[in-house]
Structures are given as structure tokens and as C-alpha cells.
Design a protein around this ligand. Structure first.
Ligand code: DX5
Ligand code: ZN
Length: 216
């Protein structure tokens, strides 16, 4: 399975976002990971629909939108207009099956996300409704945190169940991905890697993107 990278723009300088997006695209990024935070579900506020709408105008790669908002079903329609993959948290207080179905009905790929406190078995029943599953390897809310190794057995269990069910689901990991942790996540079964600080603090963004995509 080829490894895809979805750089998180959360830690970039938003005023140079247009140039950064171009650089990421030239470097061969597969997607752009956009972190939406509401200050309620997570203790931080980032950006919402208007910013994603502008990014959509200027990007040629799929937008991977990670909603960290309370009761996300209230905003699915708005985000679905610009997202390609639309993900929300299992813990955020929406009806999980209904929200996943709505995302697909609106023409987006659906993604169900779990926080470090959630066991993978809790979401097994929803896998047939998911195009992607996202395992958080940090507490959601901030970029630049350290990778939690407890994410690794979760990725393993999810990959095993996805294979057992014969489903075609991307398994994404988000938080603290760098040169050391990326190979561990891939070995555990992840095939989509989010990276924020690692990509944006690199002197050579393109080298970092290639390095991750070449993992096996
Ligand atoms: C955290 C966000 C992440 C974050 C990743 O809540 O979901 O996408 O920006 O940043 P790094 O790679 O720096 O941990
Ligand atoms: Zn994220």
C-alpha cells in the first residue's frame, strides 16, 4: 500500500499560505489537512468555512478536513461544499452513523476520528460507513506535541479489522509525526500520515514529503 501525506497547515504562517500550498503541491503532497477547532470540543480556536473556501480556490489536491468541533452534524453541509474528505470526532456528540451517511450523501469521503482516550473496538461497527479512519496520536487541539505510542496498537487493531472485513479504508494518524515516529505508524498499519511541525519547520519541505511517501 502506498503511503500518503496530508500536511497540516495549522502551524504555518497563514499570510503565506498560498505560497506554502504551492510548495507542498510541487513537492508532491497527496492532500492538505485542515484543522477546524471551535474552542469548545478542544481548547483552541483555528479557522472555519471561509478560510477553507479560499484554500479550495487555490489548491489542486484534495482537502482533508478534520473537524474538532462540538456536535459537528450541525455544520456538515457547510464544510462538505469545500472538503474532499470530511472527518469528525466519535466523541463530539453527534449521531455517528447518521453523520457518516450524510457526509457520503453530500459527495465527500467520510472519516471517523478517535481521541487518545477512545478504544478502537468502540468504532468497529461504523467501519462500513467510513472511507477513512483517523487515530489521534496526541490530544487534539495543538500542533507540535509529542507522539503518543499508545496510538500504535490502536492502528494495528483497526488495520486488522479493516482487512478482516475486506474494506477499502484509509487509516490516518495525526499528531507528532516525524522522522522517528512515521515509520512506526506505517508499520502499525497507517497509510495516511498527517504532519504539521515536521513539514513546516523543515528546511527542505520537499525532502520531508518524499521521505514520508517513500516509507514502506
Ligand atoms: C492537532 C491537529 C493536528 C496537528 C498536527 O489537534 O489535529 O493535525 O496540527 O501537528 P503536528 O504534526 O505538529 O503534531
Ligand atoms: Zn488534525
Amino acid at each position: 500500500m502506498s503511503i500518503k501525506i496530508s500536511p497540516s497547515v495549522l502551524t504555518s504562517d497563514f499570510l503565506s499560505l498560498k505560497d506554502d500550498i504551492k510548495k507542498l503541491e510541487v513537492a508532491g503532497t497527496d492532500m492538505l489537512h485542515l484543522d477546524v477547532m471551535d474552542g469548545i470540543f478542544v481548547p483552541n480556536i483555528s479557522f472555519g468555512v471561509p478560510v477553507i473556501k479560499s484554500i479550495k480556490k487555490h489548491s489542486t489536491v484534495p482537502l482533508d478536513v478534520h473537524l474538532m468541533i462540538d456536535r459537528p452534524h450541525r455544520y456538515i453541509k457547510e464544510f462538505a461544499e469545500f472538503a474532499d474528505v470530511l472527518g469528525f470526532h466519535y466523541e463530539a456528540g453527534s449521531d455517528v452513523a447518521m453523520t457518516l451517511k450524510e457526509i457520503r450523501n453530500l459527495g465527500c469521503k467520510s472519516c471517523l476520528t478517535i481521541k487518545p482516550c477512545t478504544e478502537p473496538e468502540e468504532i468497529f461497527e461504523f467501519l462500513p460507513l467510513c472511507d477513512m479512519v483517523l487515530v489521534m496520536s496526541v490530544e487534539p487541539g495543538f500542533g507540535g506535541q509529542s507522539f503518543m505510542p499508545s496510538a500504535l496498537p490502536k492502528l494495528e487493531k483497526l488495520r486488522k479489522e479493516i482487512d478482516r472485513l475486506g474494506l477499502d479504508i484509509d487509516l490516518e494518524v495525526d499528531g507528532g509525526i516525524n522522522r522517528e515516529t512515521a515509520p512506526l505508524a506505517v508499520k502499525a498499519g497507517a497509510n495516511v500520515l498527517v504532519a504539521g511541525n515536521y513539514v513546516f519547520s523543515a528546511e527542505d519541505m520537499s525532502a520531508v514529503i518524499k521521505e514520508i511517501k517513500n516509507l514502506k
